[in-house]
Design a protein. Structure first.
Length: 463
């Protein structure tokens, strides 16, 4: 038996009997009712997976029963039974939420196929709803570690912003502070939570492709445009579009993004028509956009447009109260992942974690814990299996992003160059380890080295 139960509601005894026999042959459990009131009681007591409901009942109209059943459990598929003369009523019932209708005399093959499709559709919807609920729970603010006053304040502001109707949010903070996690939390706490959350890393896509990725293109817009393609801004309609590393956008794309944000309309590459959308844009950056605008590397009008609801996530070194709780959180997660039972950090490791500057922020801490968990055989994480560089840096590095928006005594360019040189010196030119210290990918490090014309082999002594 497949244990799916069908409630058959019909006032004709012969039809009820006939359907029960067929359903039994097809391995369905059944329950029956001959009136509308009996159907409502059986629906609650029998807990069916599908209802077969006659549109004409002696006490209550089938459409009224349908309406009540849909209010009680909207996910249950309901198939209406109707005579040929009542097709209009059946169509009306479908507008009210019925899955489908069949006509008398009932065709065995048709009803068997309709029931099979209805149950499969209902199962798929339940699975999607389950995974969406799991995803929503994953990004609840309660799951974000926030023992420090700074992070508690950020989470309070996040909740207010998420439930507001603002369509633009700007997240600022160093790499690895959790801007992507906060972006997803904002989406899953908003009225848009049931709609798409689409993300794009602006630095990962070549400039000549970025516009078509964001706004789509029409067939024939360029050589390889074989057919029309919707961009992420259109696909995210009624949901959220997350633009990570927005500071890397070229000035021409910035201009088009500004127009999009101001009008909530887009035009596909090669298109002539403006398309209206309703979505929230969350932009993230590890750069100081105000300073970048002053240096004419970022459009000032776009900065003002993005800066409606800014959230600055402080680096981990400025919220020491979060370090050990975060470490224990990642240990518990990795216990499940690696099937271990490690209780926490030993005292020496705790002291090291609190002294270390965490230039890669939460991402670096997470990776350090994961590495230690792989090799640790005891009941506590010790310094033995922590990444070597943790013991080599005891003082906080100069931040990539100023703690105060007014602290512009050192230019962004010089700050970045100094950090790159410092990381390369400490790792003796090892780019993989330097990238790990800085909390960026090796490809990003190579790009920055090339951009600032830094020669790692010539960096062998402190400046």
């Amino acid at each position: 038996m497949n244990h799916k139960k069908i409630l058959v509601v019909d006032d004709e005894k012969l039809i009820r009997w006939s359907l029960v026999q067929k359903f039994s042959q097809w391995d369905y459990d059944t329950a029956v009712a001959e009136t509308g009131n009996a159907a409502l009681k059986a629906f609650d007591s029998e807990n069916p997976d599908l209802v077969l409901l006659d549109i004409n009942l002696p006490d209550i109209e089938g459409t009224e029963v349908l309406k009540e059943l849909k209010q009680r459990r909207p996910e249950i598929p309901i198939i209406m039974i109707t005579a040929y003369g009542s097709i209009e009523d059946a169509v009306s019932a479908m507008r009210m939420g019925a899955y489908d209708f069949i006509t008398k005399p009932i065709d065995d093959l048709k009803i068997q196929g309709t029931i099979k499709n209805a149950l499969e559709t209902a199962t798929l919807k339940q699975e999607v709803a389950f995974y969406k609920e799991q995803e929503r729970k994953q990004f609840e603010l309660d799951n974000i570690i926030a023992e420090s006053e700074a992070m508690k304040k950020i989470l309070e502001m996040t909740e207010v912003i998420a439930q507001s109707e603002t369509t633009i949010v700007l997240l600022q903070g160093e790499s690895g502070t959790g801007k992507d996690l906060l972006a997803q939390s904002i989406h899953h706490m908003s009225r848009r939570q049931g709609n798409p959350f689409l993300a794009i890393n602006c630095s990962a896509i070549p400039e000549n492709l970025l516009e078509s990725e964001l706004f789509g293109y029409e067939k024939g817009a360029f050589t390889d445009a074989k057919q029309r393609k919707k961009g992420l801004a259109e696909l995210a309609n009624e949901g959220t579009l997350f633009l990570d590393e927005i500071s890397t956008l070229s000035l021409p794309v910035q201009a088009k993004l500004l127009r999009f944000l101001e009008t909530q309309t887009l035009r596909r590459v090669g298109g002539l028509e403006d398309i209206e959308v309703d979505l929230r844009v969350i932009a993230a950056t590890n750069q100081d956009l105000d300073l970048a605008a002053k240096e004419e590397k970022f459009r000032r009008d776009l900065f003002y447009r993005l800066n409606v609801c800014p959230l600055y996530i402080p680096p981990l070194r400025e919220r020491g109260a979060d370090i050990l709780p975060l470490a224990h959180h990642f240990i518990q997660k990795d216990n499940i992942k690696f099937r271990k039972n490690i209780r926490g950090l030993d005292r020496e490791a705790e002291q090291l974690f609190l002294r270390y500057g965490w230039p890669g922020n939460v991402r670096e801490l997470k990776n350090a814990i994961e590495r230690a968990m792989i090799f640790e055989q005891g009941t506590l994480v010790s310094t033995t299996h922590l990444p070597i560089h943790l013991n080599g840096i005891s003082s906080p590095p100069r931040p990539l992003f100023p703690s105060s928006p007014q602290d512009h005594s050192v230019s962004l360019e010089e700050t970045e160059k100094a950090l790159l040189r410092k990381a390369l010196r400490e790792t003796k030119g090892n780019k993989s380890r330097a990238a790990e210290i800085l909390g960026i990918s090796r490809d990003t490090l190579r790009y920055r080295i090339k951009k600032w014309n830094i020669e790692p082999e010539k960096i062998d002594a402190p400046e």
